[in-house]
Design a protein around this ligand. Structure first.
Ligand SMILES: [Mg+2]
Length: 276
């Protein structure tokens, strides 16, 4: 056959999948970071908050394992315990992590400014709203109640513990698509503040938007950001933007308030037959 004909989706976006900490709530993504620091402190192996942030986005147990595998942390662990970390240590720390995280989650549950306006915009477009997270189901139950009190209620929430594997694998995204009854995947956009957020969206064949200012890449809350000198903030933003672009994000913006304008651009690209 000399010619083949290829089907292409020309419809609009149908759903947006939002991350939680650093995307819709917890400006600067502090809640998990402070607890990882505490868990390692209790093992006699102090880690910095910057070290605690490196694997952010992953399932929290995977995150603890990845911290333990960092060279700097591994050396300190060796000094303190005379051996490397093993899977029992990871499990023990994860078990300590859970109640500590549950205890302080509500303190970090305020919505990031612009979230409710963005949600209203998505609703007005007729988009379904799904969400993915590295938090466990128990943690999300608490956070969903806190978010609801503040006026945010997504149509679907999938945790790393609900699927065979969390980020960067795509299953939380594809499970959301199933829960929402939406396809094709190019009609869905994934928004998040970490590199694994972007990877999971790309792995699912969806559009991706990386957020820099409000998330883990800068790792500062709104008050701290406002205190920074302009040139320091610009340097931090440039570094975060570069990392997001290099992870393959289709768009990189400051915060969720920038997302509605991006949706217009994606819709125009879909109408031309472009795919993520
Ligand atoms: Mg996040």
């Amino acid at each position: 056959m000399e010619f083949v004909f290829q089907r292409s989706y020309r419809g609009p976006l149908k759903a947006v999948l939002l991350d939680w900490a650093g995307t819709t709530m917890d400006y600067g993504c502090y809640a998990p970071a402070v607890v990882f620091v505490e868990v390692y402190k209790r093992k006699g192996v102090p880690i910095s908050i910057a070290e605690a942030r490196v694997p952010m986005g992953a399932h929290k147990k995977v995150h603890i394992r990845q911290i333990s595998q960092m060279d700097t942390v591994s050396e300190r662990w060796q000094e303190a315990h005379g051996r490397k970390t093993n899977e029992d240590d990871v499990q023990e720390m994860f078990e300590e992590f859970i109640p500590l995280q549950l205890d302080c989650l509500a303190d970090y549950a305020d919505l990031i400014p612009g979230t409710l306006d963005a949600i209203a915009d998505f609703r007005q477009r007729g988009l379904k709203i799904g969400s993915t997270t590295g938090y466990t189901g128990e943690m999300m139950e608490l956070l969903l109640a806190e978010a609801k009190k503040r006026g945010y209620e997504p149509d679907s929430t999938v945790c790393a513990t609900d699927v065979p594997a969390g980020r960067p694998e795509p299953w939380m995204c594809t499970q959301n698509a199933m829960n929402l009854g939406i396809y094709p995947f190019e009609s869905i956009v994934k928004v998040g503040d970490t590199l694994p957020d972007i990877e999971e969206g790309i792995n699912a064949g969806m559009w991706t938007i990386g957020l820099t200012k409000t998330g883990n890449e800068i790792g500062l809350n709104e008050e701290e950001i406002n205190k920074l000198d302009t040139d320091v903030l610009e340097r931090k933003m440039a570094r975060a933007q570069k990392r997001m672009w290099q992870s393959g994000a289709h768009y990189v913006v400051d915060g969720i308030w920038d997302v509605p304008a991006v949706l217009d651009d994606i819709n125009a690209r879909l109408a031309r037959g472009e795919r993520p």
